[in-house]
Design a protein around this ligand. Structure first.
Ligand SMILES: Cc1cc2nc3c(=O)[nH]c(=O)nc-3n(C[C@H](O)[C@H](O)[C@H](O)COP(=O)(O)OP(=O)(O)OC[C@H]3O[C@@H](n4cnc5c(N)ncnc54)[C@H](O)[C@@H]3O)c2cc1C
Length: 404
């Protein structure tokens, strides 16, 4: 599947990790990770830290799937408000998911400190705007419930919002625990580090076409006719993971992104917070370290890449107009634009762990608008499962009967 098109800024800003190493022999290892995006990279990091031998396979140039198109906003709040998530999955699981996402931002930060890489990881606040009166009501409810569970949150009244961000909205939720990064650099810096430091092998341009269960795990078959024997196979194949799943567990959506030319720093909104809103589909925005502005949204259901791409020109105009209405004083000139595919699950939570009766095939599917924080959680869970440690988070994110 064509995962994105247009010109994602990150692939231009960074030097392409131009690594060409197709698998051309039969090999054997403990763990095979399919997918070199941010999810596979974080899984590889956790396994390498645990000194577990692993091999990563990708059919594309490294990390050029969805991770290269991501706007990479890291927030503890997921697409489904906590009050709604409680209704869907119950209080305990919903609060756990929100807290896991909060922790995962610090866990990501610590990984980059440890490997001494800077994927433009920056701590920034989040402002969640009420789009209208209905949104304001939702945010007031959400504020109370997040407070009850000790989640970091403030409520900004209309006047405070005007003063702090020069924004007109009926109110907003605000917290200072979020972050932003460059997901492409985030994935490739981890891989480069472990290629040097660890017992880790990386094969690009190698498509896994088939697999069979063996008495000791799996035998994977590549398009080139080679086999890989392993104990565990980790499916970090992003939105193309459906081919490994017995049943569809998510819906695909397309989202559109524009990035401005740089502006003078003092023209940006104060505090450079991530901004999004209660309306659906929501508009989302952030700044970059070189003082550009990224605006995304205008999501539609995904039918095929051609349909998604044909809407890009029109969506650019819509996003520009929405931004200009919100911040008329900021000169926004679109430099690049792209669209990408992402997916949503019924309850807004990712799928992590083994499909029932396939204990050695572990899925790391960070579906939803918070894919990266979910990838971090998935990587930790997979390490624990492979190390045969208890993993209570399976109760929340696993392929449990009530979720599939
Ligand atoms: C425009 C956009 C904006 C987003 N914004 C945010 C955001 O602000 N915050 C956030 O947290 N998340 C965001 N997301 C979601 C986030 O980017 C994704 O969840 C994340 O990048 C997924 O990473 P991944 O590694 O799972 O998948 P990918 O990066 O797609 O990597 C999967 C890899 O698997 C490989 N693969 C698949 N099948 C096979 C096979 N059979 N054989 C070999 N290789 C295979 C692919 O080639 C691919 O490289 C956004 C997504 C998009 C598209």
């Amino acid at each position: 599947m064509d995962l994105h098109s247009g010109l994602p800024y990150w692939i231009i800003k960074n030097e392409l990790f131009d690594y060409f190493n197709p698998l051309d022999a039969d090999i054997e290892t403990e763990v095979v990770i399919i997918g070199s995006g941010i999810t596979g990279s974080l899984v590889a990091h956790e396994l390498c830290e645990a000194k577990i031998p692993c091999v990563m396979i990708d059919k594309r140039t490294i990390a050029t799937g969805s991770s290269a198109a991501s706007t990479s906003q890291l927030q503890y709040e997921i697409d489904v408000p906590l009050s709604e998530l409680i209704e869907k999955v119950g209080e305990e699981k919903a609060v756990k998911a929100y807290k896991d996402c909060l922790d995962s931002i610090t866990d990501l930060e610590n990984i980059y400190k440890k490997i001494k890489a800077d994927p433009d990881f920056r701590r920034v606040p989040t402002t969640l705007l009420a789009s209208n009166r209905k949104g304001l009501k939702l945010l007031k409810k959400e504020y109370e419930i997040r407070k009850k569970y000790d989640l970091p949150v403030d409520f900004l009244e209309k006047e405070e919002l005007k003063e702090q961000l020069n924004l007109d909205a009926p109110g907003a939720l605000y917290n200072e625990t979020s972050a932003q990064m460059d997901c492409y650099k985030g994935a490739t810096s981890i891989l480069k580090y472990h290629l040097k430091q660890s017992n880790f092998q990386l094969f690009s341009h190698t498509l896994i076409t088939d697999y069979e269960e063996t008495s000791s795990g799996y035998k994977l078959l590549t398009e080139g006719g080679n086999t890989i024997k392993c104990k565990y196979v980790i499916i970090a194949a992003g939105f193309e993971a459906g081919e490994f799943l017995p049943k569809k567990v998510m819906d695909l959506l397309s989202t559109y992104v524009i990035i401005s030319q740089p502006v003078y720093e003092d023209m940006l909104w104060k505090n450079r917070s991530l901004i999004w809103e209660t309306k659906e589909p929501y508009l989302y925005m952030r700044t970059t370290v070189d003082n550009r502005i990224i605006v995304g949204g205008e999501d539609i259901s995904f039918s095929n890449p051609k349909h998604r791409d044909s809407r890009l020109r029109n969506k650019i105009k819509k996003l520009e107009n929405k931004f200009k209405k919100m911040f008329p004083e900021i000169p926004f000139v679109t430099d690049m634009a792209w669209c990408g595919t992402f997916s949503a699950t019924k309850d807004g939570l990712p799928f992590i762990g083994a499909w029932p009766e396939k204990p050695n095939m572990l899925f790391a599917l960070g579906y939803g608008g918070n894919g990266i924080t979910f990838s971090m959680i998935a990587a930790q869970m997979i390490r624990n499962i492979v190390e045969d440690k208890e993993e209570p988070r399976l109760d929340v994110y696993g392929f449990n009967e009530d979720r599939i």
